[in-house]
Design a binder for this molecule. Structure first.
Ligand SMILES: [Zn+2]
Length: 137
């Protein structure tokens, strides 16, 4: 499935496909002004339903906030929380859509490199951290 790319203005703000005005938080505008939720808007305009739509400025702010709260946001939610849904060797598709061929090749290569290294893998590391957190309680 190929999705359309969303349009942005020169300031890096996404432009509403309905009224052609740009907003930092476009999906909030779409919901309040046009009564569509994010999923309905993305489907109507052929956009990737799994990809967010926000201004570059807001993206940077959110990235900064996530990195400032690394322990909770990245370690707990993404690294530990993502273990069950992470790509594993032999996977060919996600639940919702097929993984693009290039992404799959890249992930397979990355996985092979990770295997080669003698370092503790991410899964082992996360498991070890989770074990230690349990012991602290
Ligand atoms: Zn609009």
């Amino acid at each position: 499935m190929t999705y359309l790319e969303h349009q942005f203005n020169k300031k890096g703000q996404p432009i509403c496909a309905i009224c052609a005005v740009a907003y930092d938080k476009l999906l909030l505008h779409v919901n309040k002004r046009h009564g569509l939720n994010a999923q309905e808007y993305k489907v109507r305009f052929g956009l990737n339903p799994r990809k967010g739509i926000q201004s570059r400025k807001l993206q940077k702010l959110m990235r900064k906030a996530a990195l400032a709260n690394y322990d909770k946001v990245i370690m707990q939610n993404l690294i530990i929380g993502g273990i069950s849904s992470r790509f594993k060797e032999g996977n060919t598709a996600t639940d919702i859509e097929r993984v693009r061929e290039t992404s799959r090749e890249r992930m397979t290569l990355q996985w092979a490199r990770k295997k080669q290294s003698n370092n503790m893998g991410v899964v082992q590391l996360a498991t070890e951290i989770a074990r230690q957190l349990r012991n602290l309680k």
